[in-house]
Design a protein around this ligand. Structure first.
Ligand code: 1HE
Length: 257
């Protein structure tokens, strides 16, 4: 792989975009390699960290490639992004993204396809698609809109304004903001924590919660009960619940006041 580096560390798949000379812009080749890395991670990792090399996470779609494409190739391109991102979003392991510098256009769409986003204070966020004469195509109209709401999505797309990491946290685009250079370590620590959970619980968290969020109130509650019972009766749940009752389970890490 030329555009993606894949490494398994302590059971965590570390997936790095390595095209810093183009600010990690996503070309067709990079997308295909990202798909390979996602499939490999699904086979052998219990969680994954997605990050970019250099000063920027990702400057979005490779505009140099895009400029040569027909309308149909554009649709196919967007559908390929959806296909790869869906394997992450609705796969079997949780993804944590570590963000610095530009998280722009398709870069923000990629980050939005991960389950938890950690930004350092150099990160900035924008959707300059309108300025470039195009539209989001990597699932942003669905995923980013669900994170920050349609009014903010319209504002960002209409104005191409740039949000700081703190503003992105206020808009629920990211969950953690840390000091410069600290995003990977924080994301890795969170991935390690999540990888200690029952794999079935993680599967349900990343697959059931978004679907419940997309469904009606009554359907959501009913689906929740099904998942609750399904997980509670698994052999691993029985072991973990018994370990708690026997005072052998990991305790909650309660912050001291
Ligand atoms: C690129 C790309 C790219 C940089 N495609 N080549 N995304 C954008 O509209 C963002 C475009 N990029 C930028 O605004 C800036 O590059 C950055 C703010 C991210 C970084 O600025 P800077 O000064 O560090 O770098 P630079 O000099 O602008 O770029 C360095 C090189 O990367 C340069 O190539 P070079 O051969 O002249 O050295 C740039 O052309 C190249 N580069 N970004 C191709 N995106 C599924 S639909 C999603 C739709 C979108 O993503 S729209 C938003 C696209």
């Amino acid at each position: 792989m030329k555009n993606i580096k894949y490494e398994l560390k302590d059971g965590i798949a570390c997936i790095e975009l390595i095209r810093p000379e183009k600010r990690n812009a996503i070309s067709d080749a990079m997308l295909a390699e990202l798909g390979e890395a996602v499939d490999k991670a699904a086979q052998e990792a219990s969680a994954a960290v997605l990050y970019g090399s250099g000063d920027h996470f990702c400057a979005g779609l490779d505009l140099a490639e895009q400029v040569t494409k027909s309308s149909i190739q554009g649709i196919e391109g967007s559908r390929s992004w959806h296909a790869v991102f869906t394997r992450m979003q609705r796969g079997s392991i949780p993804y944590f993204s570590a963000l610095q510098g530009a998280v722009v256009g398709g870069g923000l769409e990629l980050a939005a396809a991960t389950h938890v986003r950690v930004a350092d204070n150099t990160a900035f966020f924008a959707l300059p698609e309108g300025q470039r004469g195009i539209f989001v195509g990597g699932g942003g109209s669905v995923n980013i809109t669900r994170l920050m709401g349609v009014a903010r999505m319209m504002d960002l797309m209409l104005t191409a304004r740039v949000l700081s990491a703190e503003e992105a946290e206020k808009y629920a685009l990211v969950t953690y903001v840390c000091d410069e250079g600290g995003a990977f370590d924080k994301a890795f620590e969170l991935a390690q924590q999540a990888s200690k959970n029952a794999a079935l619980s993680n599967y349900c968290i990343i697959n059931a919660l978004p679907r419940i969020n997309n469904s009606g109130y009554d359907e959501g509650l009913f689906f929740e009960s099904m998942i609750a019972s399904f997980t509670q009766t698994s052999p691993e749940a029985k072991e973990r619940l018994s370990a708690f009752l026997a005072k052998k389970a990991e305790r909650l890490n309660i912050p001291s006041s």
